[in-house]
Design a protein around this ligand. Structure first.
Ligand code: 3UK
Length: 526
């Protein structure tokens, strides 16, 4: 059996533009359906009666999830006419039906295009047109933005009705290990959306690299976290990694610091996935006595400041596992856990991956020197119909767009996004270094440091600072406080790095994936 709808496979970049793929060591068979591997094989391994998903209003064992998935497969194939290679858009907050739809599309040979719940009609339309999507499965509460944007929209309520009388068993479609199963859209901030193509084997490869080798979960674990499943960080941490080992996953529709803490307490969660800011926010809400069940915490999406690492360790006794991942790479490729952690560094290449720091000519730079991060491994970048493939992949290596330093001990230390390096008065300054220093000041809750246009210097370092609230006396923005913060940075970093301008703001603009929207700050007047 081959793919019937070849849109995605035809949209793969030409082979010479692919990254090197170090897939052989994982030993996957040529025919492979990742949903069957995650669901049917986990049940065959004896986990059928174990809890798979804990939603806000629905709890499913692996057996129950399998029946739900298989019934949806029958609807997709028998009723909605899905053939292998068809793209299906998913739109929902993190909940069991979203996960069942994800698995059903994959099991039926389709291609999943999961979208962030906050996307509006314009953004959804771009994705629908770009990936030529004819069918969407949508949570009833999020139908509005999708109405009319997609040829066929089936609500979850409608889907449940259609599924009710379907047979409880569906034979997985016999897909190739290198058939496309997922198009992940990048949280890119400019230009048309970039769709990253991932194969059935890639979905297992991230389980059998970062998760198996660094995170090392087991069947008794209870996963929890905040990233949307449409973000591959959330997909891995809340769906793929738990299912690969027969563990349970708590799915929260709302996952702010309060809901996350309440969820950890209520379900005695053991493994948490979220962004650095969320750990910081949980600390400020107060974690004492509430997170005793946790044994492992993963931070990704943005650099983890050493201050947050230490504060979390002090409050919980847990060493945060930092990891850099990217939509293009599907999941985390540099990380470290336990005794291997070097606070302030992201870690080392995850087993199965290789990483380097290179110059413009792709030559290794000396340890201690800032350069561009280059990685390769079992997963890698393949954009759907996009000339930007040639920017991300060079000589078989994926260039993530990050500036890194490799230290003498083989640890990779994050500096900044390459486009975010600030050039001021001839110096190169990495905003995050200044941010991390400012975060050490008791008055600072959050901050962002960017380059700000300046006639004399080309650019100056400018800090946007959110002051800590709640405490009495309440902190008020003032020139004196700004000067105090400037002196605080000057005392710890080379003076040319101190923020010449400081602006106090109420909140930092962030994406749904927890990333700072630096360009929004750059565009904001002062
Ligand atoms: C940045 C980090 C420093 C970095 C992601 C884990 O973030 C994910 O994917 P995106 O495509 O963004 C990728 C970019 O985000 N970044 C991510 N993690 C870190 N910077 N330290 C980190 N720990 O600039 C990278 O190039 O949104 C993260 C798993 C899956 C993912 N998709």
């Amino acid at each position: 059996m081959t793919v019937i709808d070849s849109f995605a496979s035809d949209g793969l970049p030409p082979l010479e533009e692919w990254p090197d793929l170090l897939i052989e060591p994982l030993g996957y068979p040529q025919r492979l359906n990742c949903a069957a591997a995650l669901l049917d094989e986990t049940i065959a391994a004896g986990h059928g009666g174990d809890i798979a998903l804990l939603g806000d209003s629905e709890v499913l064992t692996y057996d129950e999830l399998r029946v739900k998935v298989d019934r949806i497969c029958h609807v997709l194939v028998g009723e909605l006419g899905i053939v292998s290679g068809n793209r299906v858009l998913l739109r929902a907050p993190n909940n069991p039906t979203l996960v069942a739809c994800w698995l059903a599309v994959a099991k039926a040979g389709g291609i999943v295009v999961a979208t962030m719940p906050l996307l509006r009609r314009k953004e959804l339309t771009e994705v629908i047109e770009h990936a030529e999507i004819g069918l969407a499965l949508c949570d009833d509460r999020l139908l509005e933005e999708l109405a009319g944007a997609c040829e066929r929209v089936v609500s979850f309520a409608e889907l449940a009705e259609l599924a009710a009388d379907k047979p409880a068993v569906f034979d997985p479609v016999d897909t190739a290990a290198d058939d496309v199963v997922l198009i992940g859209y990048t949280s890119g901030t400019s230009g048309t959306p970039k769709g990253t193509l991932h194969f059935h084997r890639d979905v297992l490869a991230v389980c059998d690299s970062f998760s198996r080798e660094v995170l090392r979960p087991n069947a008794t674990d209870v996963f929890i976290g905040s990233p949307p499943i449409a973000f591959t960080f959330g997909l891995g941490g809340l769906v793929l990694f738990p299912m690969r080992v027969g563990a349970a996953s708590v799915l929260l529709e709302q996952a702010g610091p309060d809901e996350l803490l309440a969820g950890i307490e209520r379900h005695r969660a053991t493994i948490c996935f979220t962004a650095p800011t969320a750990y910081r926010r949980m600390l400020s809400v107060g974690v004492s006595g509430r997170v005793e069940s946790l044994r492992r915490c993963v931070s990704a999406g943005e650099a983890l400041p050493a201050t947050v690492y230490h504060a979390w360790l002090e409050a919980t006794g847990i060493r945060l596992i930092d990891g850099i991942g990217a939509t293009e790479m599907l999941h985390i490729f540099i990380s470290a856990a336990d005794d291997d952690i070097s606070p302030g560094a992201t870690g080392r290449a995850v087993p199965g991956y290789e990483a380097r720091v290179v110059d413009e000519q792709m030559r290794d730079v000396e340890p201690g020197t800032v350069g561009r991060l280059a990685v390769r491994g079992p997963t890698g970048c393949r954009y759907l119909n996009d000339p930007r493939q040639r920017d991300y992949v060079r000589d078989g290596w994926n260039l993530t767009g990050d500036a890194y330093v490799l230290d003498e001990d083989g640890y990779f230390i994050y500096q900044a996004r390459l486009d975010d390096m600030i050039v001021s008065g001839g110096y190169n300054i990495a905003g995050p270094e200044v941010e991390q220093t400012l975060l050490g000041h008791a008055a600072v809750a959050e901050c962002a440091v960017i380059g700000w246009p300046d006639e004399a210097r080309g650019m100056i370092v400018k800090a946007f600072v959110v002051l800590r609230g709640g405490d009495e006396p309440a902190l008020e923005p003032s020139d004196a406080l700004a000067r105090e913060l400037q002196d605080y940075v000057k005392a710890q970093l080379a003076p040319y790095k101190y923020p010449r301008a400081i602006q106090f703001i109420e909140d930092l603009p962030r994406t749904e994936t927890g990333k700072l929207r630096r360009y929004a700050l750059r565009e904001s007047g002062s």
